[in-house]
Design a protein around this ligand. Structure first.
Ligand SMILES: *[C@@H]1O[C@H](CO)[C@@H](O)[C@H](O)[C@H]1NC(C)=O
Ligand SMILES: *[C@@H]1O[C@H](CO)[C@@H](O)[C@H](O)[C@H]1NC(C)=O
Ligand SMILES: *[C@@H]1O[C@H](CO)[C@@H](O)[C@H](O)[C@H]1NC(C)=O
Ligand SMILES: *[C@@H]1O[C@H](CO)[C@@H](O)[C@H](O)[C@H]1NC(C)=O
Ligand SMILES: *[C@@H]1O[C@H](CO)[C@@H](O)[C@H](O)[C@H]1NC(C)=O
Ligand SMILES: *[C@@H]1O[C@H](CO)[C@@H](O)[C@H](O)[C@H]1NC(C)=O
Ligand SMILES: *[C@@H]1O[C@H](CO)[C@@H](O)[C@H](O)[C@H]1NC(C)=O
Ligand SMILES: CC(=O)N[C@H]1CO[C@H](CO)[C@@H](O)[C@@H]1O
Length: 456
């Protein structure tokens, strides 16, 4: 129901915004060619698929060079000895240029000498979502034709990387499928869910579409797809709701697309900032939060995947398994990366009731909290604690025993035990560092210590 409501609102909100601007042309001084911008489609006549390919290079990252025919590629700034990134946007409710395209192009070209080709299919992607979906096959054929021309120029298939956003991710999947799964890489940024969740692998993005396929999921309960579609599937903050995104409909358009668009912003951030967005294979987000997935040993042989441009996401295996769900948490704003740590508490004596302990990491500027729950009659409880500064910069750890008081029965006035912590990923020996003595924690009282791990 919420999904339907969201989609209807998307159309309603689109209308007033359609009376938007036209674009002005300018010429790039270095290359001498005219700069071409994305088209703007009108809600009423935007039903034709007028595909444009715009080339951006390191020397002119702000000026799109229109590529049409084979001659144009030869005579363009396209450099066939470099890698090629092809960006495909998704459904454009408003018929406008994607707001994130420039940032993504700049982020890619900032560190890499590559050819970036942005696919403008604004015309075919607007109006209603189902008609945009109907245009997907024809669009994929047009992109495949372009790629065939690039291959004819001597470009290697493995040097081609498709980055597809939402519906664009499935377009990328089709293109990869047309090339027999032999292109280098496809990155799906919150691949679209509606009409694709039950589609066959041929119709949607799947691990057979390229040598390496990855997807970042940020809105899998709404516009994004729920199922894994790549070799590695990042379910960020569980893959559904993102921190910092409004949870109430009164926030309007931002409420509708914030979770879905977070995948793009995370990816841009991963390209621009050096702080790593490392993820951990796990059966579920809940298991991840409960500290059950700590070292990437299974199935990645202790190398954890990382969002960004590292080869195979940094996973050093010759034959990657498929559809591996990996989990990570982020903060609510750029650069989004957080550090993941395991925290553990070992009771000196088992208790015949549940034990809750709140753990807080303080640095000079940050405070991050998690709650360890030790089940009845268990000796140990553990939890994931994410913090915005490295463990090294944490200068105090506070523990607080939260007794389980009921009016007919008071819980123990204090508990005792050992506290341990370790930054993730754990090494293959699963070593944690513990405070070297048993702590006594009085009920509802903060007790502070220096962290048990030293700076490297
Ligand atoms: C750029 O556009 C102008 C005006 O449309 C045209 O006269 C000119 O030939 C174009 N230049 C190039 C290099 O295509
Ligand atoms: C290639 O482009 C340059 C500059 O835009 C132009 O002067 C030249 O005529 C073009 N050559 C061919 C073969 O189209
Ligand atoms: C193409 O890229 C290679 C590698 O960076 C560089 O050596 C070469 O000069 C470039 N070619 C052109 C025509 O810019
Ligand atoms: C990948 O693994 C192989 C064999 O285990 C090793 O020789 C190589 O150095 C590793 N490469 C990286 C980048 O870690
Ligand atoms: C934290 O503050 C203390 C005292 O002001 C200072 O000595 C220390 O360098 C600061 N640490 C960091 C990581 O900024
Ligand atoms: C694991 O423990 C063994 C034996 O104690 C040691 O030799 C090895 O270096 C440790 N490995 C790591 C990654 O710490
Ligand atoms: C903490 O208490 C446990 C259980 O009584 C005991 O086995 C352990 O040696 C103690 N640890 C320290 C460091 O005192
Ligand atoms: C080229 C093409 O197939 N365009 C179609 C895109 O979708 C709209 C809406 O269904 C059609 O009217 C176009 O013919």
């Amino acid at each position: 129901m919420v999904e339907d409501l969201k989609r209807k609102l998307l159309i309603v909100l689109a209308v007033p915004l359609l009376l938007s601007s036209a674009q002005a042309g300018n010429t790039d001084r270095l290359s001498g060619h005219n700069c071409t911008d994305f088209q703007t489609a009108n809600f009423l006549r935007g039903s034709k698929l007028k595909v444009q390919f715009l080339l951006f290079t390191h020397s002119s990252p702000s000026c799109g060079e229109l590529i049409l025919a084979e001659d144009d590629i030869k005579n363009s700034s396209f450099n066939s000895s470099l890698e090629t990134k092809i960006i495909i946007h998704g459904f454009r409710a408003l018929g406008t240029k994607p707001s994130w395209i420039e940032e993504l192009v700049h982020a890619i070209l900032h560190t890499n000498q590559v050819n970036v080709i942005a696919v403008d299919w604004v015309y075919g992607s607007t109006a209603a979502y189902p008609s945009a979906v109907e245009n997907v096959t024809q669009l994929a054929l047009a992109i495949s034709l372009l790629i065939s021309k690039l291959l004819a120029l001597g470009v290697s298939g493995t040097s081609i990387h498709i980055i597809g956003v939402s519906l664009g991710a499935h377009v990328g999947g089709l293109v990869g499928h047309f090339h027999g799964g032999q292109l280098g890489r496809i990155t799906g940024l919150d691949p679209a869910g509606p009409k694709y969740t039950r589609a066959s692998p041929e119709e949607r993005l799947d691990p057979g579409d390229a040598l390496f396929v990855e997807a970042i999921h940020t809105d899998s309960d709404n516009f994004g797809i729920r199922i894994p579609v790549g070799h590695i599937d990042y379910f960020v903050n569980g893959g559904r709701d993102q921190p910092g995104c409004p949870r109430f409909i009164s926030a309007g358009y931002k409420y509708l697309i914030c979770d879905h668009m977070r995948a793009v912003h995370l990816y841009v951030s991963a390209l621009k900032h050096s702080c790593p967005m490392v993820a951990f294979p796990c059966a579920s987000h809940q298991d991840f939060l409960n500290g059950h997935c700590l070292d990437c040993g299974d199935p990645f042989l202790f190398s954890c995947p990382r969002i960004g441009l590292l080869e195979q996401a940094g996973v050093n295996m010759t034959k990657l398994p498929k559809e591996v769900k990996v989990y990570l948490k982020t903060s609510s704003s750029a650069p989004f990366c957080v550090h993941h740590s395991l925290v553990e508490f070992h009771l000196q004596k088992r208790r015949n009731t549940v034990t809750n302990i709140e753990i807080t990491f303080f640095s000079n500027t940050t405070k991050d909290t998690a709650k360890i729950t030790i089940a009845k009659n268990q000796e140990m409880g553990k939890r994931l604690l994410t913090h915005r500064v490295p463990l090294c910069q944490i200068n105090s750890v506070t523990l607080r025993y939260l007794p389980h008081n009921r009016f007919w029965r008071k819980d123990a006035p204090f508990i005792a035990g050992r506290f341990c912590a370790a930054p993730l990923p754990l090494d293959s020996n699963r070593t944690t560092s513990c405070l070297p003595w048993n702590l006594t924690l009085p009920s509802n009282t903060d007790v502070s210590y220096e962290p048990p791990t030293a700076c490297a």
